[in-house]
Design a protein around this ligand. Structure first.
Ligand code: ATP
Ligand code: MG
Ligand code: MG
Length: 551
């Protein structure tokens, strides 16, 4: 039932090919390794890799690594793992913009020789002042008319480490009165005496994003350079570099609307803050909208790819309802997750007309529609657990679960009736004494209707598990909408609660990342990091069974 929404970039390529215009399609996914990937990046990954797949082309993975201080190998490794987990493989080796630093340097020298770049010594504040505003043109820098020879010597000295950080920059000489501020002599190189994760101490000047991106695309033979709408205003600059440098080809930039999800922040900077402040347990905390967090929460790669198909690709942004994501998730898990009975909030039931020591090994399919998933054994014994929420001492009308004198069916087993309620000295219910009707296994009871069905686990054979119940990390739909309010104000204090549950015995052999529907409760996933089959069971709630999240 997943229907793909329109994708204008894909449609554009179909048209280009129909018109015989397009050679092999080459795209790239260009993350900066300054954080983990989030659900927004998943959209870009599905788009770039999806297009390459569909048209028999290539998609490159290229790290846009021009800010050494913010980047590191941990992020590089995590990003590669996430892309592969989503089901994609880049063509050829992993690429780095830093692979092209020497070529970029030579192209900067080329611009200087052509009189199209100069070394500027305005400080940051002066630079801002000279740049002008949206309504006011900028002013030329006093360094703008330096000779080619002087610029060449200065730029070489910058590279040689003669100057401290921030002392000088290399700028393109374009137009200080251009209506598009990006064209007002943008910075090409800045001085940063910083160790780089790829190039070590080889460089103390680093190219700007704008001076790096398009030329890297050109070096790699990218045909379609797809990016988010914030870069629309950079496109004239992207093209200016390609038109003013001897590049091997001219990629075309196309922008699309970034993904925004309600109840979610998708900014690496803010996600990093959540990690650094210890608000979550790490980048892959199951409450994080990172790909690795979602993986740990129990998302499947297919559910994320389906979601990206459902939201489509357009040029106008909006906010996507997180329920669409949950829909894609449930849709996949309904089909793929094995069923299990788990009691989250146990209360003991004693079947008084069942002999102590008698064990009946009942069986049930692991999935109602998938014989290939086999079946599981459900031992039935005199003492069982049911969920406290499935019993009411004074039930309202139409309460079909267990109550004094009332019958209910134990799922996959018999009908029982509650005969007696046992309380402790404080009045708390500690046990329910029930009797079973032996003539109700797999058939309706004689002469009466029993509507309710509840889940249960044998007290003797059940296995304890830690179950982590996750909810949205933020309480409001748009946690970072208001620039004047700290988004941390909107954290949901109940985004995690932990309960000790009792599981049916088949769960003892669950492997990390195995996914289940806990019948009547929700979808759960064995924790990727802490779950240990047979010894320490830890399950994460992925999502509820129904749209109970819609607020
Ligand atoms: P952030 O704003 O979270 O720091 P970014 O855009 O700076 O993200 P990059 O590492 O530069 O992060 O992103 C790599 C690619 O993913 C870019 O092409 C970018 O446009 C795309 N991307 C990032 N966020 C989103 C989003 N929310 N929706 C769609 N694509 C996105
Ligand atoms: Mg970026
Ligand atoms: Mg960023």
């Amino acid at each position: 039932e997943i229907t793909a929404a329109p994708n204008f970039i894909r449609n554009m390529i179909v048209q280009q090919r129909e018109a015989g215009q397009q050679q092999k399609v080459v795209t790239r996914f260009p993350p900066e390794p300054n954080g983990f990937l989030h659900v927004g990046h998943a959209k870009s990954i599905c788009l770039n890799f999806g297009i390459a797949q569909e048209f028999g082309g290539d998609c490159h993975l290229r790290f846009d690594d021009t800010n050494p201080e913010k980047e590191n190998q941990t992020y590089i490794d995590a990003i590669q793992e996430d892309v592969q987990w989503l089901g994609f493989q880049w063509a050829g080796k992993v690429r780095y913009a830093s692979d092209y630093f020497e070529q970029l340097y030579q192209w900067a020298v080329h611009l200087i020789r052509e009189g199209k770049a100069y070394v500027c010594e305005l400080n940051a504040e002066q630079m801002r002042e000279y740049r002008g505003t949206l309504t006011e043109p900028g002013k030329n820098s006093p360094f703008r008319e330096r000779s080619v020879e002087e610029n060449l010597a200065e730029f070489e000295a910058m590279r040689a480490g003669t100057y401290p950080d921030g002392a000088k920059v290399l700028r393109a000489k374009i137009d200080m009165s251009a209506p598009n501020i990006n064209l007002r002599d943008p910075i090409l190189y800045r001085i940063r005496h910083a160790h780089h994760h790829q190039t070590g101490n080889q460089w103390c000047i680093y190219p700007s994003y704008d001076f790096t991106h398009g030329q890297s695309d050109a070096i790699e033979g990218i045909t379609h350079s797809i990016c988010t709408l914030e870069f629309e205003d950079h496109r004239p600059l992207y093209e200016w570099f390609l038109n003013n440098l001897p590049v091997p080809c001219k990629p075309v930039q196309t922008e699309f609307a970034r993904l925004n999800l309600n109840y979610t922040v998708t900014s690496k900077r803010k996600l990093k803050l959540l990690v650094d402040e210890g608000i979550v347990e790490g980048w892959d905390d199951p409450r994080m909208p990172t790909i690795s967090g979602m993986r740990r929460r129990g998302y499947t790669p297919k559910s994320l790819r389906d979601f990206c198909d459902m939201i489509g690709v357009t040029r106008s942004g909006g906010v996507v309802d997180i329920n669409m994501l949950y829909f894609a998730l449930r849709n996949d898990l309904e089909h793929s997750a094995r069923r299990a009975m788990v009691v989250l909030n146990p209360i003991k039931v004693v079947i008084t007309n069942w002999e102590a020591g008698r064990v009946e090994n009942l069986t049930s399919p692991s999935h109602p529609a998938r014989e290939d998933l086999g079946e599981r054994t459900l031992p039935f014994t005199r003492e069982l657990y049911i969920d406290r929420d499935d019993f009411m001492e004074e039930p309202p009308k139409k309460y079909f679960r267990l109550a004094p004198g009332q019958e209910v069916r134990l799922r996959n087993a018999w009908v029982i009736r509650c005969d007696e309620v046992i309380k402790d000295a404080s009045g708390e219910i500690i046990e329910l004494r029930c009797s079973h009707d032996p003539d109700t296994l797999g058939k309706n009871p004689e002469g009466r209707k029993v509507k309710g069905v509840i889940h249960w686990v044998s007290a003797e054979h059940g296995i304890p598990a830690e179950v982590r119940l996750y909810d949205n990390l933020f309480q409001v739909e748009a946690p970072d909408a208001d620039k004047d309010v700290d988004f941390l104000q909107h954290l949901n204090p109940e985004s995690l609660s932990v309960v000790q549950a009792v599981c049916e015995p088949s769960l003892a052999s669950a492997e990390p990342e195995d996914k289940f529907q806990f019948e009547r409760v929700g979808y759960f996933c064995a924790d990727r990091r802490e779950h240990q089959p047979g010894s320490k069971l830890v399950f994460n709630r992925t999502v509820g069974l129904k749209d109970s999240w819609a607020k």
